[in-house]
Ligand binder design. Structure first.
Ligand SMILES: Cc1cc2nc3c(=O)[nH]c(=O)nc-3n(C[C@H](O)[C@H](O)[C@H](O)COP(=O)(O)OP(=O)(O)OC[C@H]3O[C@@H](n4cnc5c(N)ncnc54)[C@H](O)[C@@H]3O)c2cc1C
Length: 427
């Protein structure tokens, strides 16, 4: 397909910051077609860029060095649902929203959830090992994949779809693709673990004025095995969300913690007893409509901040005790560069993973050096969940040691010896 409007849309990343130069869009509708495309591309040494829902926040899905985009938009089949083992097998182009809709009424749901759910695809989420809001309870995508099918330039289709939940027959080759950002093969389908639905859900918003109080609330919430979300944002950020979507935050505090607990029928009583004596700003939602309102305050941060102009995004993780130091040092570094930069922090506090969004007129390279440089100096991870993509690849050599880099390059060369997949991503 070479419809210029469609191809143009696929060349621009979600943030609008990264623009690719591809002229052609390849849309295989079966694994067999996809295998043929990859075989030809490998033979002709033609670079190809893989795209799922194009929600990457690190320019991962943007064809910066390829004339061809291979999209999974036609790989949409949900092939099998196993209600006894709690598993579903679906093709790579199924979005998280479509999967959730399919599972409605089955008694199961999927363990990973992200704000980009309506566009993010199974293949994209596997390839970025997406984290999301339930990581604290169910882990990331790596923890949900039972098996997957991967088409690689060197070996063609590697079908690692074992029929069994437990299968220890040597190296599980397919799993190497989880988090590999499409650099070693194309994920065509996967069998995913499902979570039985809870009888009830309880959402609580706390407001506190110091970061140590925020950590104290997190410690308190963590004592409940039913804790399945521990998110965090600040007053500055929520004001933008209020403006962007017309929402109202129930009270004014410096920091906000959003907790969700999912459990049995007795859980609500246990939680309301426990929370009764807590002083300060707190709002409880025990029905779906009020929970949705609290959730909107957290979920619309990325969108609300993106309305301010150029945003440089950082997705970092630290020990919990380092986050306050990171936040204040990041602000100091930005102040030393310009008086007009504004930083927003929010994210998955329960996982030690925060998103720092910087709005400024500084060049991205200057902001990157300030924030990624600080993260590396503090020993944090420069990508907790979004991946390296094309935007962070220049920092990989400072984030990994020589042995790690050598091993990563050797894996890439084994699966994709001619370097045709996603040139510019990670490496
Ligand atoms: C509003 C918003 C909120 C977000 N929240 C979160 C969050 O909470 N947690 C989180 O982890 N991420 C989050 N993200 C980032 C993003 O949604 C995830 O990285 C997601 O997993 C990307 O899925 P996708 O289908 O859009 O992949 P794309 O963006 O299309 O691609 C991502 C990478 O995977 C590769 N790829 C895509 N499909 C395949 C395939 N079938 N086989 C091999 N490689 C493939 C691409 O080449 C690229 O390198 C958010 C993004 C937005 C816009």
């Amino acid at each position: 397909m070479d419809d210029p409007d469609v191809v143009r849309a696929c060349n621009v990343d979600w943030t609008g910051k990264v623009v690719g130069g591809a002229h052609f869009l390849l849309r295989p509708s079966s694994s067999a077609q996809l295998e043929l495309i990859l075989m030809l591309a490998n033979r002709l040494r033609t670079p190809i860029h893989i795209q799922g829902g194009n929600t990457s926040l690190v320019g991962g899905a943007t064809p910066v060095n390829s004339d061809f985009i291979l999209t999974t938009s036609k790989l949409k089949r949900i092939r099998h649902f196993d209600s006894q083992l709690g598993r579903v097998t679906c093709e790579a182009g199924v979005t998280l929203g479509e999967l959730s809709e399919y599972l409605r009424g089955t008694g199961y749901h999927f363990g990973v959830d992200l704000a980009s759910r309506e566009s993010a695809t199974v293949g994209g989420m596997i390839s970025t090992n997406a984290g999301g809001i339930h990581f604290i309870r169910h882990g990331g995508f790596r923890d949900q994949v039972v098996s997957l099918d991967l088409v690689t330039p060197a070996f063609g289709l590697i079908s690692a779809s074992s029929k069994y939940l437990k299968d220890n027959t040597g190296i599980d080759v397919g799993r190497i693709a989880i988090g590999a950002e499409g650099t070693i093969g194309v994920v065509t389908s996967a069998t995913l673990r499902l979570i039985p639905n809870s009888a009830s859900s309880y959402t609580v918003l706390f407001g506190v004025d110091t970061f140590s109080d925020a950590l104290e609330k997190l410690r308190f919430a963590r004592q409940f095995a039913t804790l399945s979300v521990a998110e965090f944002f600040t007053y500055d950020g929520v004001v933008l969300v209020e403006e962007a979507i017309g929402a109202r935050v129930p009270f004014r505090s410096r920091y906000y913690l959003l907790f969700q607990f999912d459990g049995g029928h007795l859980m609500e009583q246990e939680l309301s007893d426990a929370f009764r004596n807590i002083e300060g700003n707190v709002a409880v939602a025990s029905d779906a409509v009020s929970a949705k309102k609290l959730w909107a305050l957290r979920e619309h941060h990325t969108l609300a901040i993106s309305t301010l102009g150029k945003v440089d995004k950082y997705d970092v993780s630290f020990e919990l005790g380092q986050i306050e130091e990171f936040w204040s040092s990041a602000n100091k570094r930005l102040e030393s560069l310009t008086s007009s930069a504004k930083a927003y922090i929010f994210g998955h506090l329960g996982d030690g993973n925060v998103h720092l969004n910087v709005v400024s007129r500084l060049s991205s390279a200057v902001v990157d050096e300030a924030i990624i440089g600080l993260t590396l100096e503090m020993g944090g991870s420069i990508s907790a969940e979004h991946g390296i993509g094309t935007l962070k690849s220049g920092y990989l050599s400072r984030a990994k040691n020589d042995a790690q880099l050598q091993a990563m390059r050797a894996i890439k060369a084994t699966f994709d010896p001619n370097g045709i997949l996603n040139p510019g991503v990670i490496f």
